[in-house]
Design a protein around this ligand. Structure first.
Ligand code: CA
Length: 423
C-alpha cells in the first residue's frame, strides 16, 4: 500500500507521522476554547466538531466530536468509525475534487499542532496491565528469581495481568514526580521509607476498548478484536525498588500506581490494517479460547529516548518492535472477559513491556542496565542505570509503509523530584 495523497501538503511528507492513511484521533483545545475531538493530519489537527457542524458526517446521529473525550464516538462502534474515516479520506484526498465551500470548511477546521494543547484523548474506565513480552518476562524473572525460574509455569498458557489504576493515567507531556515508598534492599535488615531510587520506564502499547461486552458473557478472540477501537503508546512508569519488596504474592501495587503516560493520539485498527502479523510460534498449544485464527498483532517500530536536564538533544537507548509480544491485545482481552469480567468503553489494556533480543532493544532500564550492573552511556557522556530527576523520557512508534508511516506521535514525561513529605 502506498501513501494516499492529501490536499494538506505537510501530510505527504514521508517523514510525517500523520499522512492521510493514518488519521489518529485525539482531543485538543486552542486558546481559551473548550476541548474537542480532532484527527492529526501532517503538522496540523483537524477539528472534527467543526466538520460535523459543516455537514461532513451527515450519517452520524449527533456531534459526539464536541465532547471533551472520544468515549461517545468510541462507543458508537466499528460502522461509525469506518464511516468517519471514509468521509475524511474523501474530503482530504487529492483524488477527489471538492468545491470552494468544502475547501473553506477545511481551512476553518485546521489548526497547527504547535498552536494547540493536547488532552487525555479518552476517559479511562479501568486500566489493566499485562506481562506478555517473553524476553522481558525472561529478563525480569532471571533478575528477580534466577534463570531457572525466569518464566513462571503459567506464562506460556495465560496472558498474565494485574488490575492497575485508571486515576493516574495521564497524557504525554505531564510531569511525573518520583514516587515515595517502602523499600528493602537485599542487603538491608529492615525496610525504609523514602524516594524511589530505581525509577524506570516500561515501553508498552495500550489497546483502547471501544465496544463493551456484557458481564458474565465471554467473548472470542475475534470478538475481542472487534471491541478494540485503537492503540496508543504507553509508558508504565515503574519503581523497581518498591516493586522488588512488595510484589509477592499479589504482584505490583505501589510500584506502578503513581503514573502511566499515554500518547495523545489513538491510532485506529483501520489505519493499522496493513500491518497485521501473527503472534510468534507457540512452545505449547494454547487452550482453544485463546487461539488466534488470523493475524491480530502488529508490526510497529518502537523507540525509547532519554534527554537529561540541560542536554541539547535526546539519546535513543532502545529500538524494538511490537511484534515481539507473545500475546496480542485481542487474546489478552478475550482472556480478561472469559471469566465474566465486563469491559467498558474507555478501558485501557497495557501490552506488557516490549523487549527485543538484546540490550539495544529492551523496553526498560532495568533490563538495559541489567539491574544497574551495566549503565547505559548517553550522548552527553552521562550514564544511566535508572531515571534521574530532570530526565525527559520519550517513547515513539510507527508502522512503516512504502513511502509513509503510521505514526503515534510522542509519549513523553519529565521526572520531577519527590514531593516534600515528612511524616
Ligand atoms: Ca507493565
Amino acid at each position: 500500500m502506498t501513501i494516499i495523497h492529501c490536499r494538506i501538503e505537510s501530510a505527504n511528507n514521508p517523514e510525517s507521522d500523520f499522512p492521510l492513511n493514518n488519521l489518529p484521533y485525539g482531543v485538543f483545545s486552542k486558546d481559551a476554547g473548550t476541548a474537542r475531538c480532532c484527527v492529526a493530519i501532517g503538522d496540523s489537527v483537524l477539528d472534527l466538531s467543526t466538520l460535523y457542524a459543516e455537514a461532513i458526517f451527515p450519517d452520524l446521529a449527533e456531534n459526539v466530536f464536541a465532547h471533551t473525550t472520544l468515549n461517545a464516538f468510541m462507543g458508537m462502534g466499528a460502522k461509525s468509525w469506518s464511516y468517519v474515516r471514509k468521509q475524511l479520506i474523501e474530503l482530504l484526498s487529492t483524488e477527489n475534487d471538492i468545491d470552494a465551500s468544502k475547501s473553506n470548511v477545511i481551512d476553518t477546521a485546521l489548526h497547527a499542532q504547535s498552536s494547540v494543547t493536547m488532552h487525555m484523548p479518552f476517559a479511562v474506565g479501568d486500566y489493566t496491565d499485562f506481562y506478555a513480552g517473553r524476553q522481558h518476562a525472561t529478563n525480569v524473572g532471571t533478575m528477580f528469581r534466577g534463570a531457572e525460574n525466569a518464566l513462571p509455569p503459567n506464562w506460556l498458557h495465560i496472558p498474565i495481568g494485574y488490575n492497575g489504576r485508571a486515576s493516574t493515567v495521564v497524557v504525554s507531556g505531564t510531569d511525573i514526580h518520583r514516587p515515595l515508598g517502602q523499600m528493602k534492599p537485599p542487603t538491608a535488615e529492615i525496610p525504609h521509607f523514602g524516594p524511589c531510587k530505581r525509577l524506570d520506564l516500561e515501553l508498552e502499547m495500550g489497546a483502547v476498548i471501544g465496544m463493551p461486552n456484557n458481564m458474565g458473557r465471554p467473548v472470542t478472540v475475534k470478538e475481542a478484536d472487534n471491541m478494540i477501537f485503537g492503540y496508543v503508546l504507553l509508558n508504565d512508569w515503574s519503581a523497581r525498588d518498591i516493586q522488588a519488596w512488595e510484589y509477592q504474592p499479589l504482584g505490583p501495587f505501589q510500584a506502578k500506581v503513581f503514573a502511566t503516560s499515554i500518547s495523545p493520539w489513538v491510532v485506529t485498527k483501520d489505519a493499522l490494517a496493513n500491518f497485521r502479523i501473527s503472534t510468534p510460534a507457540r512452545d505449547v498449544e494454547l487452550l482453544p479460547y485463546l487461539q488466534e485464527k488470523e493475524p491480530l498483532l502488529y508490526d510497529i517500530d518502537l523507540a525509547v529516548h532519554i534527554q537529561p536536564q540541560g542536554a541539547a538533544k535526546a539519546t535513543t537507548i532502545s529500538n524494538t518492535n511490537y511484534r515481539n509480544m507473545y500475546y496480542s491485545a485481542a487474546q489478552q482481552l478475550a482472556h480478561h472477559a472469559v471469566g465474566g469480567c465486563k469491559m467498558n468503553t474507555g478501558d485501557l489494556l497495557g501490552s506488557g513491556t516490549i523487549s527485543g533480543d538484546d540490550n539495544k532493544a529492551y523496553g526498560s532500564l532495568l533490563e538495559i542496565s541489567w539491574g544497574g550492573k551495566n549503565p547505559v552511556t548517553l550522548d552527553t557522556g552521562e550514564t544511566r542505570s535508572f531515571l534521574e530527576d530532570g530526565d525527559t523520557l520519550t517513547l515513539t512508534g510507527a508502522a512503516i509503509g512504502d513511502g509513509f508511516r503510521i505514526g503515534f506521535g510522542e509519549c513523553t514525561g519529565k521526572i520531577l523530584p519527590s514531593p516534600d513529605f515528612n511524616p
